[in-house]
Design a protein around this ligand. Structure first.
Ligand code: TPP
Ligand code: MG
Length: 370
């Protein structure tokens, strides 16, 4: 196939010095407060989700964005509502920051009909076409070729949207990561690949899993621009994500590595005993929600009362979502196969769990002769 040329762009390019965007301090303060509010909403939502899981109200697996709030909020703020998002299974925060109703996100965790995936997806498989969140994937790296394919579709149709595809550090050793980056760079696809480097893939540290632990450098193998950013600072993430998205919108895919922390275990049930207690203690000092609140206070943007009000509102949002989820009905089992494929597929099995794969063959009455 012929190499695609980058789409025609305006005068901006990643190599020209960037002009500082004009902004008023008041507008900046409003945005910073909004970032903090979103981070707090995610924090309290995840804590509530964790509690619901331990109360056996949530089934399956449940992975939380605790510690990754600044990364989530900064990234999502750089997208237009019409841009597409793919994530891994650690995606509740992304759904919230993408403006999906907290009630619908919590109801999905509970597996109820009012959930964003009608209760059939659960924690790992949030999907909302309207908000252009195309999943939620439990297979490590499963989202990367799909995101690249959507970017190809956008380019093919000559549209201006961008795809953002987030993944963990551990995912960069999956073949699909390399195949996708290669084809995206070769065909100039409008895709931002984001590595959420929380330094752990389950219990394995990055330096034990990756020969080149500075993961953003992997983009150089595909002549792709890349950057590493402090993922505990929502403003730094936002600025870096804006650069990455602008590049992708011009037909130059980008690899962004966001350095963050996983405050708890891999999933809710993981006690993370493999972590050094000293390191766990140090995590408290790095907590992005706490440090960002301190910064806003120091800069005179929020005082203690206002911080408490934001926290109280976040707790109420999460509690209300949990109550809503508990009262939402379970899906009817007859709808089990309704959303497997977007369009009907011949020969697709509609067996209920436990039903035999094949009807027993009829007993030959003619002794088996033709
Ligand atoms: C193809 C595949 N291999 C293995 C697993 C099991 N698994 C689930 S999560 C995970 C670790 C992924 O770590 P990372 O990409 O850093 O993401 P994080 O959980 O830190 O967000 C593994 C190995 C899986 N789900 N899919
Ligand atoms: Mg990780």
């Amino acid at each position: 196939m012929a190499t695609r040329t980058p789409r025609k762009t305006t005068s901006r390019s990643t190599t020209t010095p960037r002009k500082k965007a004009a902004s008023s301090p008041k507008k900046d303060a409003k945005q910073l407060i909004d970032f903090y509010r979103q981070m707090m909403d995610i924090r309290r939502f995840e804590e509530r989700a964790s509690r619901a899981y331990t109360q056996a109200l949530v089934g399956g697996y449940c992975h939380l964005n605790l510690g990754e709030e600044a990364a989530v909020v900064g990234l999502m703020a750089a997208l237009k509502p019409t841009d597409y998002l793919f994530t891994n299974y650690r995606e509740h925060g992304y759904a919230l920051a993408r403006d999906i109703e907290p009630n619908a996100v919590m109801a999905e965790l509970y597996g109820r009909t009012d959930g964003v995936s009608k209760g059939w997806g659960g924690s790992m498989h949030m999907f909302d076409v309207e908000k252009r969140l195309l999943g939620g994937y439990g297979i490590v790296g499963g989202q990367i070729p799909l995101a690249t394919g959507v970017a190809l579709g956008i380019d093919y149709r000559g549209e201006k949207d961008v795809v953002m595809c987030t993944m963990g550090d551990g995912t960069t050793n999956i073949g699909a990561f390399h195949e996708s980056l290669n084809i995206a760079a070769l065909w100039n696809l409008p895709c931002v690949f984001v590595i959420i480097n929380n330094k752990l893939g389950m219990g394995t540290t990055v330096d034990k899993a990756s020969a080149e632990p500075e993961l953003y450098k992997r983009a150089s193998a595909y002549k792709m621009d890349s950057e590493r950013v402090d993922g505990l600072d929502p403003v730094a993430v936002f600025e870096a994500a804006k650069r990455a998205v602008a590049s992708a919108r011009k037909g130059k895919p980008f690899l962004l590595e966001v350095m963050t922390e996983r405050l708890k275990g891999h999933s809710v049930v993981d006690p993370a005993k493999y972590r050094d207690p000293k390191e766990v203690e140090e995590l408290k000092l790095k907590d992005p929600v706490v440090t960002f609140a301190a910064k806003l206070k120091e800069d005179g943007i929020l005082d203690d009362d206002e911080i408490k009000k934001i926290d109280d509102a976040a707790k109420k949002l999460a509690a209300d979502a949990a109550e809503f989820a508990e009262n939402s009905p379970h899906p009817d089992v007859s709808t089990l196969f309704d959303y497997t494929y977007a369009t009907p597929v011949p020969n697709d099995s509609r067996r209920m769990p436990g039903e035999p794969l094949f009807e027993p063959a009829p007993f030959p009455t003619n002794g088996g002769r033709a």
